[in-house]
Structures are given as structure tokens and as C-alpha cells.
Write a protein that binds this ligand. Sequence first.
Ligand code: 5GP
Ligand code: MG
Ligand code: MG
Length: 181
Amino acid sequence: MEEKIGKILLCREEIQKRVAELGEEITRDYKGKNLLVVAILKGAVPFMADLIREIKTPLKYDFMAVSSYGASTHSSGVVRIMKDLERSVEDVHILIVEDIIDTGLTLKYLKENLVARNPLSIKVATLLDKPDRRKADVVPEYNGFTIPDEFVVGYGLDFDEQYRNLPYVGILKPEAYLSEG
Ligand code: 5GP
Ligand code: MG
Ligand code: MG
């Protein structure tokens, strides 16, 4: 698996340090507030698991899964909810946790969908932001790292469902796209 990684973009320690900083910031901003962390399956799972342990104020968490129609490496903006939240959100402040924002179309859809449910507030925490290909006007309140327009894997991010378990974020060698296995 690791021999398919051409370059490590963010190592384990860098990620850990940044996640701790984000956790501190979120702790400050949500002290005394009813916080619901909503992680978007599956990519956000490692980030969310590390982030919540750096948030030192009470919270609940839940998950949503969405699937976008179209090619696997590109988002079409047409989104279907595959798994929804368990409860109403009218009395909570929602923090959406995402792995990466690329075109922003997925997040735009999600935010609109959640706004319609009347939560107290909605903000977004993303591990990675790839602003070069942005199509929808969404800006994360909490961003781990801004990265160039490269297809990255690891720390939750997949190529064909693989590589999610890498503890770092890296760029695949082209041969990993061209041949399977
Ligand atoms: P958006 O709707 O912002 O274009 O796409 C968001 C989703 O596309 C992400 O949650 C992720 O699943 C996928 N995606 C976008 N860029 C990358 C990338 O560089 N690597 C991986 N593995 N997935 C990506
Ligand atoms: Mg995602
Ligand atoms: Mg994916």
C-alpha cells in the first residue's frame, strides 16, 4: 500500500498538532453551548475521532452519509442522503466535520439541507481545503490545511475505498490509478 504513495503531503505529527489547535479553538467557541458534531461518512471518520478528543467541552456526535452522482473522483453536486441523523437538531449548534472541500458542492447541499431543519447554528470543520476548484461559495470556519489541486489519500481519504487507514495524507503515484492491486 505505502509503495503506491509518491509523496507525503502531511505527516502524522503535523496532522496531530493541527487537530489539537482546531480542538482548542472549537472548545473556546462552543463552551456552554449545546454542540452536535456531524461527521460525514466515510472520509471524515479518522479526523472526527481525533478532533473530538481535543474538544474539551460536552458534545454529542452523529453521522451522515451522502453519495454524489457522477464519476468517483469528481463531485456532480447532485447529492443523495444515504444515512441521516438520528434526531431533530432544533436545539443544537451543528458542527459539520468533513475530510476535504473540493468543489464545495457536497457541502453546499448538506448545509442547505441542515439549515432547513432549524438548528441554532451551523459551522464547518474540514481537515483539508482545496480552494482551486471551488464551484460553490462555501468557506469552512475551521480548516486544517489548505492544499493544492492534487488528488490525495490517507487519514480517511480513499481511492476506490483503499488507503483510508494511512496515518498521513499523501499523493498517489500515477501507477496506482493505472493498475489495480
Ligand atoms: P466536493 O463536493 O467538495 O467537490 O467533494 C467533496 C468530496 O469529494 C470529498 O468529501 C471527497 O470524498 C471527494 N474528494 C475531493 N477531493 C478529493 C481528494 O483529493 N482525494 C480524495 N480521496 N477524495 C476527494
Ligand atoms: Mg467527505
Ligand atoms: Mg471518496
